[in-house]
Write a protein that binds this ligand. Structure first.
Ligand SMILES: Cc1ncc(C[n+]2csc(CCOP(=O)(O)OP(=O)(O)O)c2C)c(N)n1
Ligand SMILES: [Mg+2]
Length: 560
């Protein structure tokens, strides 16, 4: 049985044709036609999550794990608004969410009707396209709606993927069901084309590369991409270019250069010029490292090329001189066969510095008291290889990047907007679709903020949650401005004395805790033991002041 609403039937038919079958529903009455239709057709896989904010972040996690669009369905009013944070995150992380919101007919808007708000274009800054379907079901209106739905579904995945919003005003009765198959609906295909470089432009680019002594390639956040990895390895060998990456770039070849924050700290003022690139080439999403941005804004390269399929003008370093509207992997593939330089001195300079700062780091971390810095080292050593690691925003992502990558791990983090409000929900959504161990490491405020992430039935037994409980927003103690403010404790740190234990029990999770190195090592052994068959939460208690002191001391040591 499916709903009798023709536009909802068309929408379901078009989703099914495209193989978009994962639906995350939040309960309501106005969205009954969608609920009844998606659950009434065997091809769809429906999940239910009450909290729309969490549901939408969960959908991001699913979409990342499955590398395909995920559909959200909610009722009208603030239900729809609660999707907004995740829609913004998805927009900046290029994740195709198909957002379906139920609505009242427009003649009831602003008429003292219940659960009614102005719902058209509510995500206008964070979607590729937003439409409201017609209420009427005449032949012409069905044709019009189907065309609009086709366009939305195509745009969600074309070029740089992004969310789309389909608002669905619905007339009562809402629950009428009919016994029928989905209607035949015309599918409008979008054929994507590859951009290619013309020979004269290719020759120009090749000339610049061959003349550049110091080439710096910035690999921003991206999913793991073995083709990219091997083409960059070849490029480094042929040109001596330096590839800078963070764990979230999901590259791992030892010829590339990581530990960016430490390397930046380790560059002496008198020697800065030798690190300054002639040619900067960037691709992918954002970098976490603020020091890198500061370094490049101060030491501008003569040229900066940004590569991307939608021609985005990312002038992050205020020196953008060329936008290449092309997939980065295609760009490097086209060029790599044509260039050959044998000067490796720039690469050796960066790799030498990286080795030095890593050594200082390792000796320092070995010697220090229990703290966030130490805990991240121990956790990194105990996380099994070949797993998935989700990093919470705030200091967890920064601590993780200070240490080496876990071997063969895939790294994710909500770095589109850097919010602390959905890190756990995203990891829960990802792990529900992953057959690997998934570890999320996040701060105490981030955990309590998003604890509704645990309020659903889809938490995989392979999920491991590590809460670093340092008594508040410890990051604000690490940054100069907030830590000097008289309002620091109450309004920046937001001192937190809550413990995760009671929540873990309420949601039926196994609970572990650690307050020192020995306890942490023991707990991690159990946490990751094959005997641990159930989702588990490990709460690590550290002292905020010790954390700040050691974090600053590490950077002082690296600076020499
Ligand atoms: C939704 C949202 N609100 C506020 C912020 C600002 N913010 C950044 S970090 C942070 C503190 C996070 O504390 P916690 O999760 O305990 O991590 P810690 O700093 O202790 O590592 C806050 C409030 C944010 N990033 N996102
Ligand atoms: Mg904290």
């Amino acid at each position: 049985m499916i709903s009798d609403k023709k536009h909802v039937q068309q929408l379901a038919a078009l989703l099914l044709k495209r193989g978009i079958t994962d639906i995350v529903i939040s309960p309501g009455s106005r969205n009954a036609p969608m609920i009844n239709t998606f659950t009434g057709i065997p091809g769809f896989c429906c999940r239910n999550i009450v909290d729309e904010r969490s549901a939408a972040y969960f959908a991001i996690g699913m979409a990342l794990a499955k590398q395909k669009p995920v559909v959200l369905v909610c009722s009208s009013g603030t239900a729809a608004l609660n999707y907004t944070p995740a829609v913004a995150e998805a927009f900046y992380q290029n994740i195709p969410l198909i957002v379906l919101t139920a609505d009242r007919p427009d003649y009831w808007i602003d008429q003292a009707e219940s659960q009614c708000i102005r719902q058209e274009n509510i995500y206008q800054n964070f979607t590729k396209k937003e439409i409201s379907l017609p209420i009427g079901e005449s032949e012409k209106e069905c044709w019009y709606a189907a065309r609009q739905i086709n366009e939305c579904l195509n745009l969600a995945v074309a070029g740089r993927p992004a969310p789309v919003h389909i608002n669905i005003p619905l007339e009562e009765p809402l629950h009428k069901l009919v016994q029928m198959d989905l209607p035949e609906v015309k599918e409008i295909e979008l054929t994507e084309t590859k951009n290619i470089l013309e020979e004269n432009e290719l020759a120009r680019l090749e000339g610049t590369i061959n003349q550049s002594q110091k080439i710096l390639i910035l690999a921003g956040q991206q999913n793991s991409n073995p083709d990219m990895e091997s083409i960059l390895v070849m490029l480094v060998a042929r040109t001596g270019a330096v590839v800078l990456h963070e764990h979230l770039s999901n590259l791992s070849d030892p010829q590339f250069c990581a530990s960016i924050d430490l390397v930046m700290a380790g560059i002496r003022d008198g020697n800065i010029e030798s690190y300054k690139p002639d040619l900067l080439i960037s691709f992918g999403g954002q970098f976490v490292s603020k020091a890198l941005k500061q370094f490049l804004r101060k030491n501008k390269p003569a040229q900066h090329w940004h590569l991307g399929p939608s021609g985005e003008h990312f002038d992050t370093y205020q020196s953008l001189s060329k936008v290449v509207k092309m997939e980065a992997v295609d760009f490097f593939e086209t060029l790599s066969g044509r260039i050959q330089r044998n000067d490796k001195s720039y690469l050796q300079l960066w790799k030498g510095k990286e080795a030095k700062v890593n050594q200082v780091r390792d000796e320092f971390v070995e010697s220090i008291d229990f703290s966030d810095l130490k805990a991240f080292r121990l956790i990194g050593q105990k996380i099994p290889v070949n797993t998935v690691i989700h990093l919470g925003n705030s200091s967890p992502v920064r601590y993780a990047l200070i240490h080496n990558r876990v071997e063969n791990a895939m790294y994710f983090s909500n770095r589109g907007t850097g919010g602390i409000d959905g890190c756990l929900s995203t990891a829960v959504g990802f792990s529900s679709e992953s057959d690997k161990i998934n570890t999320i490491i996040l701060g105490d405020l981030s955990f309590f903020y998003d604890s509704n992430a645990l309020w659903n039935k889809y938490i995989g037994s392979d999920l491991r949650i590590i809460v670093i409980n340092n008594g508040g927003g410890n990051i604000f103690g690490m940054i100069k401005g907030p830590s000097d403010s008289p309002a620091f404790a109450e309004h920046f740190l937001a001192e937190n004395t809550l413990k995760a234990e009671v929540l873990a029990k309420a949601f039926g999770l196994d609970y572990f805790k650690a307050q020192n190195e020995a306890e942490l090592l023991n707990a991690l052994d159990e946490f990751y033991s094959p005997e641990q068959k159930k989702v588990a939460l490990l709460e690590v208690f550290t002292d905020a002041e010790t954390n700040v002191r050691l974090f600053r001391e590490l950077f002082r040591k690296v600076k020499g």
